[in-house]
Unconditional design. Sequence first.
Length: 386
Amino acid sequence: MSEPVRFLNSFAHSLSVMTLYPEGHPSRESAIDAAFQDLSDLTTSSQPPSFTFLGEDVIYGRQTLRELKEWSWGRRLTAAGVQRLEFERRVSRDEFEGFLQEILARLTLSLIDTSEQRFSRPLGVRFGAVGMREQTDEAAPEPLAIATLDVTLDEEAGMLAWLHDEVRSRGSIPLIEAETVVRSLAVAMHSEANIVLPLLRLKEFDQYTTTHSLNVAVLAMGVAEVLGCSPGEVRRIGVAGLLHDIGKIRIPLEVLTKPGTLTMEERQLMNRHPVDGARTIIKTDAGLDVAAVVAYEHHIMLNGGGYPTLHYDRACTLASRLVHVCDVYDALCTRRPYRDAWSSDAAKAYLEERAGIEFDRDLVAAFLKMLRLSATTVSEARAPVS
């Protein structure tokens, strides 16, 4: 691996880790240190390092880095208005961390003018939306086109898989990690002015619980924003979406991935996961009341059907009804061992058909509006099952 490629990979990794951990966390500091070391190795040459992100190409100086063809972070940086990085001099560790914070702010905040170049801080680095010149210096610069955003959720998927392992072994949820995954998903959703839905596709059937939980969290936060919920409410609904199926953690994999009809005992085991999930969440933190209620209610229909069976007629909470819509949509759009995936249009038609019976009619309308307003992308890290 060449030094420029090594630096860009560690640079992207450090940004991902910074969205998951607060300042001072060992994982965050280690990722920044590694990227800074790779930059230091790169700046030993006489030519100051410069990178340009042009469509699917990543260019170092005037050399195209073939190893990074279709590098998703190049398109993500371009979409945030960072088409060029120029390291004017050797920077200090503190300056480098400040530079990373500036880039992270550009990726996180949706209202930044992407045509503005960032020269406000003397960080020894120039970056922003710049033009590419022809071979002659006299040629006028041509603006770079904004590429379609493509978000890779490897860090979030890995952390959620670890979180599920912790629940299996310890019986309680690492709450800080759950909240940091939700915060990172929110960052990925707002890398452009519009809501972007970075949804994962299932690669292996045994990844279903992780993949589905991340997707439901993203969809639920998107609907909550369309409804005008406060940032705190959006985060709480995101955590509830992330943990709604946590009760499935202890169900044997052969039951979860069974291609045929479940036996009565297996069906009873599956139908118990809302109760088990709610108990696990309450055991972890009594303050997670929204997540616990959603875990318990997310399979209950508007007309009282579904499971667990209610002892008396009552309305489920707004968060539960919202997550129920997102849960069914993503489940239908995901290939399972016993059926193929539905198309998005077919899943949306099902929601509309069942609105007022299974689903809250207003929440179905909000969900469909959210899909219309958003630019939905699929992570390349999770290709569909062939």
